[in-house]
Structures are given as C-alpha cells and as structure tokens.
Design a protein around this ligand. Structure first.
Ligand SMILES: O=C(O)COP(=O)(O)O
Length: 227
C-alpha cells in the first residue's frame, strides 16, 4: 500500500520570508518615538526568532532602556507590526516550490514564533494562506519554540502519524524544537541563523528553495516510513 505524502511544517521569518527590513522599520519608528537612536538592520535581524517578547528584551538591553518602558514599547511596536508587509520579500523560488510540494500532496503548516495577527496578514499578503490549513503562531500557546509544544500542535492538527513529518526552518529555535518533538529537521542556511550549520542539529541542509523537493524526497527515503 502506498503511504500518503507526509506533512511538512515550515517556520516563517527567515525561512519563507525575509521580514527583517519590516521588523527593523517598526522597531526604529518606536525607538525614535521614544527619542532613542535606532539600531542597524543586521543587529535587529540577529534578535529575530524567539518572538516579540525576546526581541524587545534584546533591544532594551542593547539600547540600555529602562525596563519600565517595556509594555509601552511593545504595544507601540505591535500597532505597527500588525500589517507591516511593505518591505518584506519571499526568499527566491518559495512560491513555486511550495506549490510543487502542495501538488505532490504534502499537507503543509506553519509553526512560527511571530504572533498570529501579523502571521495571517503576511500569509494573505503573499497569497500563501490557501497552502497552509494549519498555522500555529507565537501566541497560540503559552510556550514558544524551542519548546516542542507549538510544533507538536501543528503536527497533530495536520494528522501526523508516528512522527512521519518534516520541519523546515532557519534558526537554533527551530532546530532545537525539532529535536525536542522529535521530527526530522531541514535547515535553510540562507535565513537568520546565528550559529554555524555544523552546530545545529539537522537531517538535511539547503541554501536555495529549488533544492528542497529533492532534499525532502532523500530525507524521507533515508527514514523508515509508517503506513
Ligand atoms: O517572530 C519571530 O521572532 C520570528 O518568528 P519565526 O519563528 O517565524 O522565525
């Protein structure tokens, strides 16, 4: 009996989309409002991946801001972040490759630390919503990646059987989350990763989305499959 194509869950920021310029623009606007000199884009990009709260913990530390301002800063940021898509781009070939994987029958989902509001907005903006029947955001559960709970929820909602699924992401948050579930992890090396590839647990690595369908097939072939 042929087994059905396995579910594939994707991280969002730094994996499918380069959203750092929009996040940087929102952060800079909020800092300017508070008369604080904005940080350079690469610095803000290095703070992305652990969700909004961790992003702001890092900004507050980097700019030596009094933590008493934290709630106001985060509220002002969220008001801008909700529909910030103007500077965001999909990584090359993402739309074509997602279409190929969907046509091959893989059920697909998103597991991101980005809050649900901006996540749904950006998926809609890029015409990706219909590809992802399951979306777990950074505020869906109390836990965020690298805790396994959000990815486990996405896999459960996609009907994963016996861990027969794949997770695709770009960061240490994603790699350690996949290990904790556990589920095989494919690392996109062109995203916001801070650690060397060799230091992140992974079952495959790719630097361009054109390589992903073959990598998916190879990874699944190398593993025992459930019916
Ligand atoms: O909001 C973030 O920090 C990044 O979210 P991600 O999980 O899609 O990389």
């Amino acid at each position: 009996m042929m087994s059905r194509p396995c579910p594939i869950v994707f991280d969002l920021d730094g994996t499918l989309i380069d959203s750092a310029p929009d996040i940087h623009a929102c952060v800079s606007a909020v800092l300017r409002q508070h008369h604080i000199t904005p940080l350079p884009l690469p610095r803000v990009r290095s703070f992305i991946g652990g969700g909004v709260e961790l992003l702001w913990s890092r900004i507050i530390a980097a700019c030596s801001i009094d933590p008493v301002h934290r709630p106001a800063l985060i509220a002002a940021f969220m008001a801008r972040y909700h529909d910030a898509t103007a500077l965001t781009r999909m990584f090359p070939s993402v739309i074509e490759v997602l279409g190929r994987l969907a046509d091959a029958g893989h059920p697909m989902g998103i597991c991101t630390n980005k809050p649900m509001g901006p996540t749904l907005q950006v998926l809609d903006h890029f015409g990706l919503s219909h590809l992802f029947p399951v979306v777990v955001g950074g505020d869906t559960l109390p836990q965020k990646k690298p805790d396994p709970a959000p990815l486990r929820l996405a896999l459960e909602r996609l009907g994963t059987v016996d861990g027969n699924a794949l997770f695709v992401g770009d960061s240490a948050f994603d790699a350690h989350c996949a290990t904790a579930v556990p589920v095989p992890f494919l690392l996109y090396s062109g995203g916001y990763r801070l650690s060397p590839v060799a230091e992140l647990p992974h079952d495959g690595v790719f630097d361009h989305f054109d390589a992903l369908p073959d990598l998916v097939a190879e990874t699944l072939m190398a593993r025992p499959r459930s019916a």
